[in-house]
Ligand binder design. Sequence first.
Ligand code: ATP
Ligand code: MG
Length: 213
Amino acid sequence: MRLGILGGTFNPIHYGHLRAAEEIREGLNLAKIIFIPSAYPPHKKEEVINPLKRFSMVNLAIKENPFFSVSDIELVREGKSYTIETIKYLIRKYDKKMEIFFILGIDAFLEIEAWKDYRTLFSITNFIVISRPGYEQRTMDNPFPPGVSHEFSYDPKKKRYFRKDGFDTYFQEITLLDISSRKIRRYVREGKSIKYLLPENVMEYIRTHKLYR
Ligand code: ATP
Ligand code: MG
């Protein structure tokens, strides 16, 4: 069985995240997707609201979908949220039963060199890199950072990059939705409507908790 992991700040979660998860689950035959909100993202400068509130919004957004779940592993762990630690934890928990696929947008992938132990990360898990408006998808030439590019070869039949150790990276085109949490935060601050950018119940949560004002 294949397990998809979608990490993020989810500040707040929106339809860009949800539609991406749905298309990837279906397209790559994943049994389920676990959303993992970060507690303290190491690379975010902007205001990131309380982790429990972001967690609650993810929970509201996914509750109708039986293939989606949310995990609090980064919330209960002390300190900054490093993906390498999360993946190692998930491998200990699931690896015998599940093949793990870490899902991220091309914007995040292009900055992966800044991630803690990113080279190790490529050697312990599969990746799915999804398209996002405004970011070129450099699939045909080698899209990996120089530190790991020599470790990957391309398999045109399966449209994936593979490594000798067996871990793959897929570049997946999905419906391009030009939605970002940053845009939603800005709209709220400016008193503009955020309707249809994210689920109604999340919108309601933002309103009742007076977030992002
Ligand atoms: P912010 O604007 O605060 O950075 P965001 O919308 O980018 O928020 P994140 O929580 O940073 O959301 O994203 C989590 C993951 O989801 C990242 O890997 C990101 O690339 C991906 N992602 C977010 N929005 C989209 C989208 N509209 N289409 C495709 N991928 C997305
Ligand atoms: Mg982002």
